[in-house]
Design a protein around this ligand. Sequence first.
Ligand code: AMP
Length: 286
Amino acid sequence: MKIIHSIEGIRAVRSGYSPQSVGFVATMGYLHEGHLALVKQAKRDNERVIVSIFVNPKQFGPTEDLSRYPRDMERDFALLHTSGVDLVFVPDIETIYPADFQTVVEVSRITQTLEGAHRPTHFAGVTTVVAKLFNIVQPTRAYFGQKDAQQAAVIQQMVRDLNFNLEIVIGPTVREPDGLALSSRNKYLDTEQRAAATTLYRSLKAAEGLWESGVRDGNVLRQKMMDVLSAEPLARVDYVSAADPATLVEYGSTVPAGSGVLLSMAVFIGQTRLIDNFLLAVREGE
Ligand code: AMP
């Protein structure tokens, strides 16, 4: 496995891979089974796999956890090596954002809701860095997690709008046995908070139960999630949502016939902001 820090280095190795297919997984490091599941999927689908590790300052707000975001590069390299990754790109900040950097890649409409409404500069940071990584790595396929549902939708929109010549593949959310979605940020949780953090999954399950029993009212679905979350004293809700999976616009009292729903939420457990979601489809024939 090659570990490369420079853009020229990546370009040189990557051009040697052609005409083989290249799968790409972009990460901020501190890897867990969620990341590794994307790597496995990339391994299955492609002849070569490239992973990037870059904690992108542009996607963190001024009061967010950039400086204390967890890092363990040696462990990450060992995991990627065992997973059969060919090449790891580990740029430093000046490599990605030299002093005269002045371009922003921004997707407009679907970044206005959910995470975008609560983290106003976040998605411009994501799309700017992902566009750069796509240009540097030139992958055949790029893999993103359903865990970050809106991010996946925003990147798909960017790829369509800007005609990036690659395929986006979305992998399912990987969870702990008790349902908590794996996240590098789970490291921040103490024992009590870790137990409380299952409230996100439990609230999604409760709303899913209503959906499966035929409830098609956005307000009722949101209220169900709120009821479960409110019962957890360590949880502070940032938002809960029952939205159209295509537009990410909130449903009112009626979900149109034949439409699915994206249930999603951001919840503070202590200082740690966790997100989770379920994408629910309609039943056959509905
Ligand atoms: P991050 O390092 O948090 O930027 O995540 C890198 C990629 O891994 C993104 O595409 C995430 O959506 C994905 N990812 C993070 N956590 C999970 C998870 N629990 N299950 C599946 N994918 C995940």
